[in-house]
Design a protein around this ligand. Structure first.
Ligand SMILES: [Zn+2]
Length: 316
């Protein structure tokens, strides 16, 4: 059994969160509309998830960490989402989030966009995850459906996961158009929560779509770096950055404040239906960008296999 720590988040009402997020986002976007709605059916386009919603026992897991990737990779760090679901006391959980692929399965490094309904006693797992890699032929993005090649639910090194029973229910809808500030969509939401709730940590997850515009996205190379990556500059020289176009379907995990678990406070991976995907940094078209998202506050945090030796490099 991996090292698992559990923590109870502060859980504001959805109505209170609407006000906090509305106020925070309007400092960074020209048009902002936050409200409580019924979660749309996420089995439909553009989401095409294996579960209808993001409700029911909402939880967040921070598994492993960047210290298993940098300065040098620890390839033995592999995890299984079916096991993680049990460790989060939610067998059969529906997962969304951001992580790295298992290199022993895919034969190298890759961005993983996890979208998985874990197995339960009655049903096998449904894996609708995507892998984003650098195309070795032209240097472009190669986005693959995980299940087109692999049958497992593994990942490697690190993942930030939002887990729920995957049920319909009330969620927070966030519409934010035309960016007027410097922060990205998720940082802006996270900082609004941090400012209002201070050292009472609030965790959220869900999904959002960049409906118009373009975004700065990175993909890790398939080859792990042979020389140690010691600074953010080293990491940025190793990563490959792209400008990808909407619509991009993004899976964010955010925590307003780290209560001492060496957390990655925000992490968002995206996919699309036009062959692009990876790790979201920021939109590059502030004047035309349109975000539409659905979020739910998490009840519990699970910190799984926290690295003993840590650092703050490569957390952007
Ligand atoms: Zn990432």
């Amino acid at each position: 059994m991996a090292n698992v720590e559990m923590f109870a988040f502060h859980i504001p009402s959805l109505e209170e969160l609407v006000g906090v997020l509305q106020n925070g986002l309007k400092e960074n976007f020209a048009d902002v509309q936050v409200s409580v709605v019924d979660c749309p059916d996420l089995t439909k386009e553009p989401f095409t998830f294996p579960a209808k919603g993001i409700c029911g026992k909402p939880r967040i897991a921070d598994v492993g960490g960047v210290p298993y990737l940098l300065p040098l990779v620890q390839k033995e760090k592999v995890y299984d989402l079916n096991t993680i679901a049990k460790e989060m006391q939610l067998p059969g959980a529906f997962f969304l989030g951001a992580g790295a692929a298992s290199s022993r399965v895919v034969g190298g490094n890759a961005e993983l966009i996890p979208i998985v309904q874990a197995k339960n006693e009655k049903k096998p797992a449904v894996n609708r995850s995507y892998l984003a890699k650098i195309n070795l032929e032209d240097g472009g993005c190669l986005l693959e459906q995980y299940s087109s090649k692999y049958k497992d639910c593994e990942f490697g090194l690190l993942a930030n996961l939002y887990a729920s029973e995957g049920l319909p229910g009330k969620v927070i809808e966030v519409k934010a158009n035309r960016r007027t500030g410097e922060q990205n969509f998720i940082s802006c939401m996270r900082k609004a929560l941090e400012k209002y709730y201070g050292d009472k940590p609030v965790g959220m997850g869900g999904t959002f779509v960049i409906q118009k515009g373009k975004a700065k996205i990175h993909i890790m190379p398939s080859e792990f770096s042979a020389c140690p990556l010691k600074t953010d500059e080293d990491v940025n020289n190793w990563l490959k950055f792209y400008e990808m176009k909407a619509p991009l379907i993004c899976q964010p995990v955010l925590v307003s404040h780290d209560p001492g678990f060496d957390l990655r406070l925000e992490h968002t991976h995206c996919f699309s239906h036009h062959g692009e995907g990876g790790h979201y940094h920021q939109d590059t078209t502030p004047e035309t960008v349109e975000y539409l998202g659905y979020f739910q506050p998490a009840e519990f945090l699970f910190r799984i296999d926290k690295p003993k030796e840590t650092h703050m490099v490569g957390r952007d």
